[in-house]
Design a protein around this ligand. Structure first.
Ligand code: SF4
Length: 444
């Protein structure tokens, strides 16, 4: 959010004539916008607000152009994506319904060519989406009356289950998933076709799936596990665990990725590894060592990180990750430092993805179709959690590091945050050690 605000602040410097249309309430801001637009000496308005028939929209920038307006939406994105054009078109639609002539509509995106130290004029690229906007506005307007009448009702409309509900933030907390412990959305890789089939039969829970319904092997394993209330183990698990070579090195990276680059010669949104933790085990569950690295936030330390990683991971034994992210990160380091390519490639060859093994071989009803470590750890190792850690999630870790890199953290706070970052990353690799131990116990 802070980065978004910074991007907006810098974008506004491109429109030195701009006047803010903001006010305390939407209605007051809409009134102020109308007044500013009526004043011919005003050429550019920030946060221009439009409000009509229950719809509201706020345009980042509108600029007067020959009796009409150029609508500009500022985005902290480098990629020109359809959903950004949807957003632009929504704002244009509300403005049009307020009687405003929108002659041009553009997205102001971040430039991939921007580097630290360049001026704001090099930070952005303006992309004209006028014809896309016009087409979308025509389509959106077809829904205007229906949406307007529904949103004016005192009660919300009855929801209909659709596949998109699976990723809706209201699903579990306040809509169709509330109170359901075995929803069909817990089935891994549920296709639209299978969903339609089940929904047509009125099937909402895994318990209701009729016997003989065609499911993939993994889905069937999940179904059996949910019905029995017991973990289910696939035949592949024992073999995959047996292939892990000891000593094992449990590896986890933290990275930082910011819209405005933190270091020279780096494009916006380049993923920079900043930290890792390695737990070393001579046998399953038997920790014999721990190694870690945390970059100096004041500079790009990728080379030191890569060199220390090569030393810390030795030459023998499996390197265990939990996702494909570690492999991707090491490959990116190898591409960036050609002289380290060979030793890094050897590490990549040693990587075993414990999450992939678990996904293929083990399911517990408490997973609810997910296998991230934050889900599987409390189910399989209930006495271990991230509670009590000052930094307990990846987003906070990234934000804290970025703040230190931007010099926004006071010196006396830095040591405390560094310790919290190290503790968080260390907890991730210890969690992997414990999960491996539990999986091994499950097949014993
Ligand atoms: S879960 Fe979300 S998408 Fe589905 S009906 Fe409810 S609000 Fe709509």
């Amino acid at each position: 959010m802070e980065e978004g605000q910074e991007v907006h602040r810098r974008a506004r410097t491109l429109f030195p004539q701009g006047i803010s249309g903001q006010d305390r309430t939407t209605a007051a801001a809409a009134k102020k916008t109308t007044q500013l637009m009526a004043d011919p000496s005003v050429t550019t308005i920030f946060e221009a607000t439009f409000h009509v028939d229950g719809y509201s929209a706020r345009a980042d920038v509108i600029q007067r152009v020959a009796g009409a307006w150029h609508l500009v939406e500022i985005k902290s994105d480098v990629e020109d994506k359809p959903e950004l054009v949807d957003d632009l078109a929504y704002t244009a639609m509300v403005a049009v319904r307020c009687g405003i002539r929108i002659a041009k509509a553009s997205l102001l995106l971040l430039s991939k060519e921007f580097r630290l130290g360049m001026g704001s004029d090099k930070l952005f690229v303006m992309i004209d989406h006028t014809s896309d906007m016009e087409q979308k506005v025509r389509n959106f307007l077809l829904l205007w009356d229906d949406v307007s009448s529904k949103t004016k009702q005192p009660n919300r409309p009855s929801p209909n289950l659709m596949l998109a509900c699976r990723s809706c933030p209201f699903f579990e907390a306040d809509c169709l998933g509330r109170g359901i412990n075995d929803h069909i959305f817990d089935l891994p890789r549920l296709s639209q076709k299978k969903f339609d089939e089940l929904a047509a039969e009125g099937v909402v829970t895994i318990h209701e799936i009729p016997a003989g319904s065609e499911l993939t092997d993994t889905q069937e394993r999940v179904r059996r596990s949910v019905i029995s209330g017991q973990p289910s183990i696939a035949g592949s698990l024992a073999g995959e665990l047996a292939a892990i070579v000891m000593p094992a090195y449990y590896l986890d990276f933290e990275t930082v990725m910011t819209a405005l680059p933190l270091y020279p010669a780096i494009a916006p949104y380049t993923q920079i590894p900043t930290q890792y933790s390695v737990h070393v085990c001579s046998n399953v569950g038997k920790v014999t060592g721990h190694r870690e690295f945390l970059a100096d936030p004041a500079r790009d330390c990728r080379r030191e990180l890569a060199q220390q990683l090569i030393t810390d991971l030795g030459t023998k034994g499996s390197v265990i990750s939990y996702s494909s992210f570690e492999k991707t990160t090491i490959r990116a380091l190898a591409a960036h430092f050609p002289d380290l390519k060979n030793p890094l490639a050897v590490i990549v060859d040693r990587i075993v993805d414990l999450e992939a093994i678990l996904r293929r071989g083990y399911y517990h009803p408490g997973f609810h179709g997910r296998t991230s470590i934050k889900v599987t750890l409390p189910v399989m190792v209930p006495n271990m959690s991230y509670e009590g850690l000052e930094i307990g999630d990846g987003d906070t870790a990234v934000a804290m590091f970025a703040r230190m890199a931007k010099g926004q953290v006071e010196k006396r706070e830095t040591e405390r945050i560094r310790k919290a970052l190290l503790a968080y990353c260390k907890q991730d690799t210890l969690a992997m050690v414990k999960l491996h131990e539990q999986l091994t116990a499950a097949i014993a």
